[in-house]
Design a protein. Structure first.
Length: 249
């Protein structure tokens, strides 16, 4: 049984991943900002395994430090860290983009991932074992107009994964970078600030990936034999050729 910390476990990819890994018998530290969602997920998953929940905003260094320092002694040896928390905010040109949206994406998708990792890596190095899974995006492979800042944050995740692998391999720590294509979650609803109709258009006319599909891929990577490190994985829905090109019926 492994101890796995999943950020962004209250929704979408993170939630499905926490569910699957819980059902596989691991104990899970579920993280997010919505306390009531964390509590109901904790109740739901506690039928399968031990669950511990942590409420914090990854953008706030003090909150990250306080939350991770509050993990009880018998949960502190985190075997697997899944850096999943993140979102896109807005779909605007650089000249029209809102700087608050840029701050949210850069602070959450990049700095937040670094803050959480910095707290967990020292223990992994001490134990000479561990696995970090970073959720990037196909947006890191192909920049698209109006999504430049989001794409830049995900490119940064790719680079951080590469750097982590360089720094951590000698300590027996694996690093996996996952690039999902279009997955139907709350992602577009958040990008379009609650506009359900606009969010639905992103997934219209083809079969997008489900959060469970990415959870399966993550589980495959973390369950690989000890001598195998899956460094990078890109997963598209069958109808998507690259971020901008989706074949719709
Ligand atoms: N859906 C896609 O098409 C797609 C494609 C490629 C990559 N991704 C990436 O996959 C990851 C998960 O996205 P998703 O599609 O599952 O979206 P989602 O359903 O909106 O889930 C996002 C999760 O991140 C958490 N989160 C967001 N900002 C946070 C913050 N500042 N502090 C703490 N937690 C935060 C949210 O929890 P709270 O609201 O409770 O804090 C939520 O659990 C993201 O990194 C996203 O960029 C998604």
């Amino acid at each position: 049984m492994k101890t796995i910390l999943v950020t962004g476990a209250t929704s979408g990819i993170g939630k499905s991943t926490a569910e699957l890994l819980a059902k596989q018998g691991n104990r899970i530290i579920i993280c997010g900002r919505r306390q009531e969602v964390l509590e109901s997920l904790k109740t739901e998953l506690s039928t399968f395994t031990e669950i511990f929940s942590l409420k914090f905003d990854v953008r706030n260094l003090e909150e990250v430090e306080a939350a991770i320092n509050s993990i009880p002694e018998d949960w502190k040896n985190i075997d697997i860290l899944i850096n999943n928390a993140g979102n896109a905010h807005g779909l605007d040109s650089l000249s029209a983009g809102k700087t608050d949206d840029w701050d949210s994406m850069i602070d959450g998708n990049v700095k937040g991932l670094l803050y959480v990792s910095k707290m967990i890596i020292p223990g992994m190095k001490e134990r000479n074992s561990g696995h970090i899974v970073n959720i990037s995006s196909v947006a890191a492979r192909q920049t698209y107009a109006n999504g430049v800042v989001y794409c830049a944050t995900k490119k940064a995740v790719d680079v951080i994964s590469e750097g982590m692998r360089l720094e951590l391999t000698e300590f027996g720590i694996k690093v996996t970078n996952i690039q999902p294509g279009a997955v139907e979650t709350d992602f577009s609803l958040i990008r379009f600030k609650g506009d359900q109709e606009r969010a639905a258009t992103v997934y219209a006319g083809y079969e997008p990936l489900k959060a469970e599909d990415i959870a399966d891929s993550i589980a495959y990577c973390v369950n690989a034999p000890k001598h195998i490190c899956i460094s990078d994985m890109t997963i598209y829905p069958a109808a998507q050729a690259e971020p901008r090109t989706i074949y719709r019926k």
